[in-house]
Design a protein around this ligand. Structure first.
Ligand code: FES
Length: 144
């Protein structure tokens, strides 16, 4: 059911933990499954120099957090904003359809952390291009 990449990032997640004095923090949750993800970013000169996470969630959510934090490290805020949940899932060599919402948490967590940074610096907040918040269409446990 899961790719080797997913299993690898689930068993040996990268970037677990907190950043002291983070420049941006994003906490997101999925109301359907109850899983929670918190993303911490260190940002210098518009570049993400460090990214860590704490996830209370399923294996796919942990693998997605691990991969997403790997993907955004070293990127500019603009580039990191473009890292979609699909990109995270692709980097993990795919997720089962029922688990795609777990990768959405990672995208949302990164977005929220970036906007937290922008807010703290008096910058305008960026808007989600594809709001997933109420999109549980791929999730059979959804009652929408
Ligand atoms: Fe909810 Fe994976 S994040 S089941």
């Amino acid at each position: 059911m899961y790719s080797e990449k997913v299993m690898d990032h689930f068993k040996n997640p990268r970037n677990v933990g907190e950043i002291e004095n983070p420049d941006g923090v994003g906490e997101v949750g999925n109301p359907v499954c109850g899983d929670i993800m918190k993303i911490f970013l260190k940002i210098e000169n518009n570049i993400i120099t460090d990214a860590k996470f704490k996830t209370f969630g399923c294996g796919a959510a942990i693998a997605s957090s691990s991969m997403a934090t790997e993907l955004v490290r070293g990127k500019t805020l603009e580039e990191a904003w473009e890292v979609s949940n699909k990109a995270v899932a692709e980097a993990l060599e795919g997720l089962p359809p029922i688990k795609m919402h777990c990768s959405v948490l990672a995208e949302e967590g990164i977005h929220k952390a970036i906007n937290d940074y922008r807010k703290k610096h008096g910058l305008e907040l960026w808007v989600e291009k594809n709001p997933h918040a109420h999109d549980h269409s791929e999730d059979p446990t959804s009652d929408h």
